[in-house]
Ligand binder design. Structure first.
Ligand code: ADP
Ligand code: MG
Length: 336
């Protein structure tokens, strides 16, 4: 079942095209991470779904109801969409309880507020004012407020941008767990690729007003649809290759490859797919090492002078100057 379906949505501001034939499907009960660089149209997409902005063309269906389309424009408050913003946007003069209960019918209010405050882990803070809470707690109140009226969907626009790095990492775990426990359907907007991969059941990558690839995080990461998606979603080594029947030839070796490509191709390899095997007689050597504790990123030079990155675990520790042979266990080929 589909909770949100955007079809061919376009929106321009004067000569700036914010959305062009934007297509997105959000299945019920899933979190979709909508990720793209700044200016790619993410906020505009959320505003169109929520009803704060009117597209020039296209349709949006929420549940089984068309909320915007030819001759249709349902008011935001009738779309049953919950919003969470970067700046929390809590009512400063209301307690946590007041904020969370704001959109809930009187009869169920007290019970529902207790329920969602439990869900977000803030039951103890029901009587506090927003200024008495940390940024992370305020954002959890905002999430509780969005969930309280049992919306069809929750839309979150860069909700962690105002938090510092350690808080942000904790929040992305917490928010994912809260949304899953609530059984919520959500669109989570971020420009941060690691946040998108961690939070989403599905990742939709946006570029210049369009969704260019959609899929589970591990799939879009391992099988990006273009070199652009590959480098946007993580570290990548992009090298030239020549494809012929059954193989692709690169300076890292000749790999078996069954594809339709013939002739010059681009070959993308994630650094963790490149394995250095220490060998005093090896023809490559370590130029530099970044040590991260849980892993190390090596810069390795080949006999031809080409350099590639290789990510390995913390052990064995390889030092600049160490000689190695390289093995590659996965790669993606892009036709030119
Ligand atoms: P994102 O959220 O991905 O950073 P936005 O949806 O905010 O991107 O913006 C997409 C493009 O549309 C940008 O070029 C932005 O400057 C432009 N834009 C967004 N809203 C407006 C507006 N109200 N008026 C003019 N241009 C806008
Ligand atoms: Mg934005």
């Amino acid at each position: 079942m589909t909770a949100i379906h955007c079809h061919n949505v376009s929106r321009a501001f004067d000569d700036v095209v914010a959305l062009r034939d934007f297509d997105l499907e959000v299945p019920v009960g899933t979190i979709v991470s909508l990720v793209g660089p700044s200016g790619s149209g993410k906020t505009t997409a959320l505003r169109v779904i929520a009803g704060f902005d009117m597209p020039d063309a296209g349709t949006v269906v929420i549940g089984d109801r068309t909320v915007v389309g030819p001759g249709v424009n349902i008011a935001p408050e009738q779309r049953r969409v919950g919003m969470v913003f970067q700046d929390y946007a809590l009512f400063p003069h209301m307690t946590v309880t007041g904020n969370v209960g704001y959109g809930v019918d009187n009869g169920q209010r007290a019970e529902r507020v207790r329920e969602v405050l439990d869900l977000v882990g803030l039951a103890e803070m029901a009587d506090r004012m927003p200024h008495e809470l940390s940024g992370g707690e305020q954002q959890r109140v905002a999430l509780a407020r969005a969930l309280a009226p049992e919306p069809h969907v929750v839309l979150l626009d860069e909700p962690f941008s105002n938090l510092d790095a350690p808080q942000r990492e904790k929040m992305r775990r917490d928010v994912r767990i809260i949304l899953k426990n609530a059984g919520a359907t959500a669109v989570f907007v971020t420009h941060d690729q690691s946040e998108a991969l961690v939070v989403g059941d599905i990742v939709a990558v946006m570029r210049e007003g369009r969704v260019v690839q959609t899929g589970p995080p591990h799939v879009v990461y391992a099988a990006p649809s273009s070199p652009w998606v590959a480098s946007f979603l993580g570290d990548s080594v992009l090298i030239e290759g020549v494809a012929s029947t059954g193989q692709v030839e690169t300076f890292l070796g000749v790999f078996p490859h069954r594809g339709r490509e013939e002739g010059p191709v681009d070959v993308m390899i994630r650094p963790e797919w490149i394995h250095p095997y220490p060998d005093d007689g090896g023809d490559a050597f370590v130029v530099d090492r970044e040590f991260y504790g849980h892993d190390q990123m090596l810069l390795i030079e080949l006999p031809g002078g080409q350099r590639v990155q290789s990510r390995i675990g913390p052990r064995p520790l390889l030092d600049p100057g160490d000689r190695v042979n390289l093995g590659v266990d996965e790669f993606v080929v892009f036709g030119k």
